[in-house]
Design a protein around this ligand. Structure first.
Ligand code: CA
Length: 230
């Protein structure tokens, strides 16, 4: 039984190990893109959105956990991330999961183990568990890039949808303005107040037609979502 071919991004700075992983995945029938540092990984992820990312925790230019968050912020839907690390400590494992890694594999690992984890993660993702999030009457489907409130589809431009996803990721906590800007535009943020129009669009779609606003401004902090159902 051959699983559906996936587009897999392998981010690993150890050349021999990366070559081994890439060869293994290609033999298993997958399309593989590779990067040996974070900057290249972001460029590749942007050009060829992956179905799954294998990410080395220790990279030369950016910490794997930061890169995980950046890739997440870049993708319109939630991409499963499997963190690879040589450092088998509980603390780093927790850091990886907080940054949004879905699973974790300690180097060295067996080929079968890697392939099995990839299948498990994509199966979970295809079931939609990782994609659809509900907050009160709001549902966000990252795979379809759609949000509904009270069953009404919200008309959102891609950046406004990305803002909504970032706030939903942080829910019920707030995200700061600077955090949103950094995640939306990892390399060069537009000048002046880049969030303004996108937050306006989001409010128009998410809150204006409904009795209870869900997008809250936290003065001096940033923004957060609040459930409309207690
Ligand atoms: Ca490394």
């Amino acid at each position: 039984m051959n699983p559906r071919p996936l587009r897999i991004l392998v981010v690993e700075d150890h050349d021999t190990l990366r070559a081994q992983i890439v060869a293994l995945l290609r033999r298993a029938g997958h399309y593989v893109d590779e990067a040996n540092d974070g900057r290249l990984a972001l460029a590749v992820a942007r050009a060829e959105p992956p179905d799954i990312v294998l990410l080395d925790l220790g990279l030369p230019d950016i910490d794997g956990t930061d890169l995980c968050a950046k890739i997440r912020a870049l993708m319109p839907h939630r991409v499963p991330v499997l963190m690879l690390t040589a450092r088998d400590t509980l603390r780093e494992k927790l850091v990886g999961f907080e940054a949004g890694a879905d699973d974790y594999l300690v180097k060295p690992f067996a080929s079968e183990e890697l392939l099995a984890r990839i299948q498990a993660l994509t199966r979970r993702a295809q079931l939609g568990q990782a994609y659809v999030q509900a907050i009160g009457s709001l549902t966000i489907d990252r795979r379809a890039s759609e949000a509904h409130r009270n069953g009404v589809r919200l008309s959102l431009a891609p950046t406004a949808f990305a803002v909504l996803c970032l706030l939903a990721d942080a829910y019920p906590k707030a995200r700061t303005r600077s955090d949103l800007v950094r995640r939306l535009w990892p390399e060069n943020a537009p000048e002046s107040d880049p969030l303004r129009t996108h937050l306006y669009q989001l409010r128009q779609a998410l809150d204006k037609p409904f009795a209870t606003p869900m997008l809250k401004t936290v003065h001096g902090v940033g923004f957060r979502l609040e459930s409309d159902e207690s």
